[in-house]
Design a protein around this ligand. Structure first.
Ligand code: UDP
Ligand code: MG
Length: 311
């Protein structure tokens, strides 16, 4: 019998956390494996921490890590992985949009010798058209930008062997894009396809801002192409400006345009070029801010409370 760690990030999930615990417990009891449920409270401002403490008091297999504030989903997963002791570690969202019934299938694959078994979303039920479209486009854009083969349409629902989990824990990155890092570390990986369910209680905790941040981390962590794009755009703009100047000059010399006309159009061109320069500065800023995070070396989460751990 092996020990399986289940890591569950929680942010303001008071409406579903009890149900979520019951369902995870039921599924894991059925497998006959030894297991631990590690709930990571990512600075919830609702009643989730109290409910989780109650769960830990009732169920000796449940453990709780509470952050001092909201650090984000990826940090919560990282903390759970760092505290896990299992021979295999499964990460699953608290809202159970990823059905826990898939976990036994993942364990089976792991027993066959795979180090990473990731859930691949077939259908996604109950998501807004906006989320479906942006997710679809983002995964494909990221895929075209990176040399690392990050499987499209996978979230963070996956099983990691102890060895892979240890490697992940040793990575010092601050702005973590976990699904990318897991692909990057390599090892034997397999997919399990599943239908992503609708969220039954509450609403998504991934605001547009958090989603954009995650997308930025994904791109900045695994691709330098946006930076190379700046060089290409620079050359292109330089070329276009030469053509533009020549054409304007000719139109002016042949008397088609007056001097005022010419200035007018050159002005427009300068404004457009300025916009492009600003855009490129913004892109460089995105990379630079992440370099600063690494240089400062602040911890990427702070634990305020631990419940149910032996030490
Ligand atoms: N979550 C978190 N910190 C955050 C945002 C979300 O720990 O800042 C948790 C949340 O409680 C849930 C999981 O991460 O267990 C995924 O969030 P959600 O279901 O809202 O995202 P979606 O499924 O809509 O992408
Ligand atoms: Mg969800």
């Amino acid at each position: 019998m092996s020990l399986i760690s289940i890591v569950v990030p929680v942010f303001n999930e008071e409406g579903l956390i009890e149900w979520s615990h019951d369902r995870l417990k039921e599924t894991m009891d059925k497998t006959g494996e030894d297991y631990e449920l590690i709930f990571v409270n990512d600075g919830s401002r609702d009643n989730s921490p109290e409910l989780l403490r109650g769960i830990c008091a009732r169920d000796p297999r449940s453990k709780l890590i509470s952050f001092s504030r909201n650090f984000g989903h990826q940090c919560a997963i990282s903390a759970g992985m760092a505290e896990s002791r299992g021979d295999a570690v499964v990460v699953i969202d608290a809202d159970l949009q990823d059905p826990p019934e898939v976990i036994p299938v993942m364990i089976e694959k792991w027993r066959e010798g795979y180090d990473v078994v990731y859930g691949k979303r077939g259908k996604r039920k109950g998501e807004t058209a906006f989320k479906l479209l942006t997710a679809k486009v983002f995964y494909r854009v990221l895929d075209s930008l990176t040399t690392v083969d990050i499987p499209v349409d996978t979230g963070d629902f996956r099983l990691l062997s102890r060895q892979v989990c240890d490697v992940m824990n040793s990575l010092p990155e601050h702005n973590r894009y976990i699904r990318g890092l897991v692909s990057w570390v390599g090892f034997r990986q397999a997919a399990v396809e599943y239908v992503r369910e609708e969220r039954t209680v509450g609403e998504t905790k991934y605001t547009l801002k958090k989603m954009l941040r995650l997308a930025g981390d994904g791109i900045a962590s695994f691709s330098y192409k946006p930076l190379a794009f700046a060089t290409g755009l620079g050359i292109f703009t330089l070329f276009m400006s030469c053509v533009y100047l020549l054409v304007t000059l000719m139109l002016h010399l042949t008397g088609v345009w007056t001097a005022v006309n010419a200035l007018y159009y050159i002005g427009g061109f300068v404004l457009a070029a300025l916009g492009l320069v600003m855009l490129m500065l913004g892109i460089i800023g995105q990379y630079l801010s992440r370099v600063l995070d690494e240089a400062r070396g602040r911890p990427y989460y702070i634990v305020a409370e631990r419940v149910g751990f032996d030490d």
